[in-house]
Design a protein around this ligand. Structure first.
Ligand code: A3P
Ligand code: MG
Length: 422
């Protein structure tokens, strides 16, 4: 059932479904095959995008000015399911890893370093899971998604399947000055699948993290352990083993302009109130360095709040609970940030980020992807590549190591289609 209520961070800002009405000037002319290009430097790298029409080019600009338009329609995200990953990263088609928020004191003095040496099992982040968990969820829940009896070329009734984290990178790209990205796209049975590929720079950074950096990455998970219980009436157990393989993920459906999206994202915990429906009951937990100077406050608004807003706005998670910690990893203050208030908080920052720029860029990026990724074939990958201060460019790869739709998924979709029709 279509729900026309738009999800707009500016209640005063008119949302206009017709804002997205670009003409496709050269439909079909910009398909470029480039089997041998390296992922980080596609050979079809082109110059600056032409004028205001990103679809007329082989590249897409991330310049902020181009996206300062009316806020696009973004439907209130609806949770269509969830899944869990256990301590060994095994998939379960249920919410067994859901955790419940237990409100801490405003100044709790949590020691985030506790347990790092002796009670920490870290997920192996050299293992690239790609979209596999989401694909498993889709196969197990196809009846919830398929076009029931309608003659649709799009089996799943969605245009895009991806992780929330990939969309977060798209939302923040117009403001990102440090880290580029590579996104692999495959069109299969009418749906576009988007899966991230680790850049060479990101791989090097991951392999060369300092001891201090590794420990600080633990602090965010430790804050979760201090503030979450495993059961609705339980208490947090900060003395237990912390295992970052475990995860609870929500799967949501929504629409951005004319793009129907299905994506999943990890959720830290939920409100104990049994009546609050998902995703409105969910809470995102964060840590951040304590703010002692006006400059630090300004940086927090400009950089941290952008990431926090983008990550939670996408799945409709309404609040972030932040633990502010000192340099020794002690949480000195806890504060709640309603996502709907973040755009007001940053209003006094000169030349600050704007939610409408993030959403309009994401919408135009998805239009660009629809336009270039025309061949419906699970062994074709369109690799979209972006570096700060550059345009987004792409290359095409056939039967390459970039292929990410597994055989079990391709076969499962094909055979369950048969059983669906019979
Ligand atoms: P913080 O959020 O407090 O930084 P998430 O907030 O997305 O649920 O992630 C939970 C924690 O994972 C983070 O806590 C941080 O500790 C760690 N983490 C995730 N991605 C990271 C990254 N790219 N770099 C460093 N730490 C990361
Ligand atoms: Mg978190």
């Amino acid at each position: 059932m279509e729900q026309h209520r738009s999800h707009n961070p500016h209640p005063s800002h008119q949302s206009r479904p017709s804002a997205y009405k670009r003409e496709r000037e050269d439909n079909g002319r910009n398909h470029c095959e480039n089997k041998h290009s390296r992922p980080s430097r596609p050979q079809n790298q082109s110059g600056p995008s032409r004028g205001q029409n990103p679809l007329s080019s082989r590249s897409l600009s991330t310049r902020r000015e181009l996206y300062e338009k009316d806020f696009p329609v973004y439907k209130q995200p609806v949770e269509v399911g969830c899944f869990s990953l256990d301590s060994e990263r095994r998939f379960f088609n249920d919410g067994r890893q859901m955790r419940y928020y237990v409100e801490p004191d405003r100044s709790p003095n949590f020691d985030l370093r506790d347990g790092y040496k002796d009670r920490f099992i870290k997920r192996d982040d050299s293992v690239k899971e790609k979209l596999d968990h989401m694909l498993r969820w889709i196969l197990a829940n196809r009846s919830k998604l398929s076009s029931k009896g309608t003659a649709s070329s799009c089996d799943l009734d969605v245009d895009f399947v991806t992780w929330r984290g990939h969309l977060t990178k798209l939302l923040t790209a117009p403001y990102e000055t440090r880290e580029g990205w590579l996104l692999a796209v495959t069109r299969f049975r009418g749906t576009l699948y988007i899966s991230e590929v680790e850049t060479e720079v990101a791989r090097r950074d991951r392999e060369n993290r300092t001891g201090r950096h590794k420990e600080m990455m633990y602090w965010g998970y430790k804050f979760e352990q201090y503030t979450c219980a495993d059961s609705v009436h339980g208490r947090p157990d900060p003395g237990g083993v912390l295992n970052t393989n475990e995860a609870f993920c929500t799967v949501v459906q929504t629409r951005l302009a004319d793009h129907r999206l299905l994506f999943s994202g990890e959720v830290d915990c939920r409100d104990k109130d049994p009546n609050a429906p998902a995703p409105a009951c969910y809470i995102e937990l964060k840590t951040s360095a304590e703010i002692c100077t006006p400059k630090q406050r300004s940086n927090f608004h400009r950089f941290k709040l952008l990431k926090w807003w983008a990550q939670s706005f996408l799945p409709g998670v309404p609040r972030v609970v932040a633990g502010f910690r000192d340099d020794e990893g002690v949480v000195v203050a806890v504060e709640t940030f309603p996502i709907s208030k973040i755009s007001h908080l940053i209003k006094n920052e000169h030349n600050c980020w704007k939610p409408t720029v993030c959403m309009n860029f994401c919408s135009d990026f998805l239009s660009f992807v629809k336009h270039i990724a025309t061949e419906d074939n699970p062994s074709v990958v369109y690799l979209l590549s972006w570096e700060p201060r550059r345009d987004v460019t792409f290359s095409v790869h056939r039967d390459s190591p970039y292929c990410f739709l597994p055989h079990w998924y391709v076969e499962g979709m094909t055979s369950s289609q048969h059983s669906h029709q019979s």
